[in-house]
Design a protein around this ligand. Structure first.
Ligand SMILES: *Cc1c(COP(=O)(O)O)cnc(C)c1O
Length: 508
């Protein structure tokens, strides 16, 4: 059954989990598990606000006793029970560790000192519709910037499974959570991936890895671009570096020896045609093998390279050459060691296009976030960027809109202002009529120059009013479409959404 769990920042350092689904024991169990997996739970106590549950068939005594056990097992520290029936069964909750408070209705809870004193809690709000718990969440929710990025965690799972379907059961997977999980939020995404036991996570720099560790991520993490200054951090937080040059290798070995680190896993990058980073598989292998063999500070855990054009059939013969070159280089490395060194080359497009080149491991990036880079189609859409109409102006024909008078209206127009600008990651190139968003399902073009925090859209032909929702991108308007308009790639659209845009996570 569909359910929707939303995580929102609350007032007084609370975090809210809203469950809009009608309540029953099964969905409560799922919601409590969800709560226990939240990275935000660190240092917060867990509160459950729960209404009467309209159960079927089971005698209330038995039902509420069972409910009390569930609450105990899930480590809820405070129960706020609202409704005449649950209050009448208060005795079922007598032996709980949790502090329990009972209220006959929502209103009496909102008036109580307890409501005003909720602070630094992770609060699961779950009530039958008739109890109007949205009043509770409205009052507890922190109202900030009205532009939000909604992230569908279930879609991430579905995309993971979609790409797994191309793989042999034993093939391992690295999931890329660099650039804050392609904009979706690295910590939340990593948590989901860790639950699904992916073999590796990968980020660009050590700080990103530290942030994951501090959020409780224990999975293996690869650092793609380790800076020389962060070696100590790598060892301390168990972050495995990519090594692409002799200079980097020597410095890393030197640092590891100084700290008496041994057998630290590293990932050897070969340059097979990208000409970005990597050892030369034709020239460097003998020296690389020799340098690796004469020390025991680090040990090659994997060897990999990167296709330059797995998303496009035009490059198939070049990809084949890259693959041959990689096999040659990686073979020389493997021959020098007794342990297996994992080989990997496929990114998302490669997994789909060259499943026969999956070797022992693959690296999933964009596809996880719902976009197929081979055809720019959505797989399962993950990120939806929404905002709302702040104000609507009637602008007569001949007037201009926005800075520098770049757009003059050719007809009498209705122009809506929306609180998103280039500082939020809305590319300025979309302005002046180049791009559009959707208002009530219809295309509304950006008018004039996009400003820093706000922009204007033409809603002349669209029935709408102030406060209406605006879709910047999502299921109905893919980031790929916006990317094409401004001659970039969906990666840049997704990773460009700035930090001040609030992320709201939900599961279906
Ligand atoms: C980002 C990255 C990937 C993932 O690529 P996608 O096209 O997003 O799947 C794979 N390998 C390396 C080395 C990367 O930097």
């Amino acid at each position: 059954m569909a359910m929707r769990l939303e995580v929102k920042a609350g007032i007084r350092d609370c975090t809210l989990i809203n469950d809009s689904y009608n309540s029953d024991l099964n969905s409560l169990d799922i919601a409590l598990h969800f709560m226990n997996r939240r990275p935000e739970r660190e240092g917060k106590s867990k509160t459950l606000i729960l209404s009467d549950i309209q159960q079927t068939g089971v005698p209330p005594m038995m039902f509420y006793t069972h409910l009390a056990q569930m609450i105990e097992q899930q480590g809820v520290e405070q129960l706020v029970a609202i409704g005449p029936v649950i209050s009448a069964h208060a005795h079922c909750f007598e032996n709980l560790q949790a502090r329990c408070s009972f209220f006959p209705n929502t209103e009496s809870f909102l008036q109580s000192p307890l409501f005003g004193s909720l602070r630094n809690q992770l609060i699961l709000i779950k009530g039958a519709r008739s109890f109007c718990f949205e009043q509770i969440s409205d009052l507890l929710e922190q109202k900030v910037h009205e532009t939000i990025l909604e992230v569908n965690l279930s879609a991430i799972e579905q995309n993971l499974n979609y790409y797994r379907s191309f793989l042999k059961p034993e093939t391992k997977m690295v999931c890329m959570v660099k650039a804050d999980g392609y904009g979706a939020g690295a910590i939340e995404v990593a948590k989901i991936l860790q639950d699904h036991r992916v073999d590796y996570l990968a980020v660009a720099v050590a700080d990103e890895g530290v942030a994951l560790r501090n959020a409780g991520i224990t999975a293996n993490i690869i650092i793609m671009n380790p800076e020389m200054s962060t070696f100590h951090t790598l060892f301390e937080y168990n972050l495995e570096p990519e090594v692409y040059s002799f200079r980097l290798l020597d410095a890393l070995v030197h640092a590891a020896k100084k700290e008496c680190v041994t057998n630290f896993p590293i990932h050897i990058k070969l340059d097979t045609g990208m000409h970005r980073m990597g050892f030369d598989p034709l020239k460097d292998m003998p020296t690389l093998v020799e340098r690796l063999k004469q020390q025991n500070a680090v040990i090659p855990r994997s060897v990999f390279s990167h296709f330059v054009g797995s998303d496009n059939d035009d490059f198939d013969s070049f990809s084949a050459r890259q693959y041959e070159l990689f096999l040659k280089g990686s073979q020389q490395l493997q021959a020098a060691f007794h342990h297996q060194i994992l080989r990997h080359m496929c990114n998302s497009a490669g997994i789909e296009h060259f499943p026969e080149r999956q070797m022992e491991m693959v690296r999933l990036g964009l596809g996880l976030y719902g976009i197929n880079s081979r055809n720019n189609q959505l797989i399962n859409n993950v990120c939806t960027l929404r905002t709302t109409i702040l104000q609507i102006h009637d602008v007569p024909a001949g007037d201009s809109v926005g800075y520098s008078r770049r757009t003059f209206m050719e007809r009498d127009s209705r122009i809506a202002s929306i609180p998103i600008g280039y500082a939020d990651g809305l590319d300025r190139l979309l302005g002046r009529g180049n791009g559009y968003c959707l208002v009530n399902g219809q295309k509304a073009r950006y008018v004039g120059n996009i400003c820093m925090d706000v922009c204007m859209i033409d809603v002349t032909d669209i029935p709408c009013q102030e406060g209406d929702s605006v879709l910047i991108f999502g299921e109905e308007l893919s980031p790929s479409v916006l990317a094409e308009i401004i001659d970039t790639i969906p990666y840049e659209i997704l990773t460009g959404i700035s930090n001040r845009v609030k992320r709201v996570y939900y599961q279906e």
